[in-house]
Design a protein around this ligand. Structure first.
Ligand code: 5GP
Ligand code: ZN
Length: 130
């Protein structure tokens, strides 16, 4: 598999990947969750009161690659996202509700090619997304 492990100089972007540095702790970004296979941290440019990124520790370029290679890690990522939303949006009629976004490809807004789930909560969201 060409896109699985950070720091291997693979052709799919893990070499020099900043999100790999965050996941390993080397970047010094505060982690809300440091799980077995995933970490979570706040987005540097939040689009909602809660805007947390959940990423696998191992490098995959997008959610489809992660699902194909390590579906249990994708499930862990989703579970962690739900737990964060439950903790941060803990009261009121919308408690625990959140939007989970995986931008997949540059044309739909993916700018970092280390898969990340955006956990967004704390305000109403429109549909369809822009
Ligand atoms: P994408 O556009 O790929 O779906 O999402 C990338 C996200 O990563 C953006 O929301 C952006 O604000 C966030 N981001 C980019 N660089 C950094 C960084 O250095 N630190 C943090 N915490 N978030 C970042
Ligand atoms: Zn990476």
């Amino acid at each position: 598999m060409t896109d699985s492990v950070s720091g291997t100089g693979d052709p799919d972007g893990s070499s020099g990947c900043f999100f790999c540095s965050i996941a390993s702790g080397a970047a010094g970004v505060p982690l809300l969750v440091d799980g077995e296979n995933v970490v979570a941290f706040r987005d540097i440019d939040p689009k909602a009161p809660t805007h947390v990124l959940v990423i696998p520790k191992r490098h995959y370029r997008d959610v489809v690659a992660l699902a194909g290679a390590e579906p249990a890690v994708l499930a862990e990522l989703v579970t962690v996202g739900g737990r964060i939303a439950g903790a941060e949006a803990a009261s009121g009629p919308d408690a625990g509700e959140f939007r989970l976004v995986f931008n997949t490809g540059a044309s739909v807004g993916q700018s970092v090619f280390h898969i990340h789930g955006h956990v967004l909560a704390g305000r109403p969201f429109g549909w369809p997304p822009g």
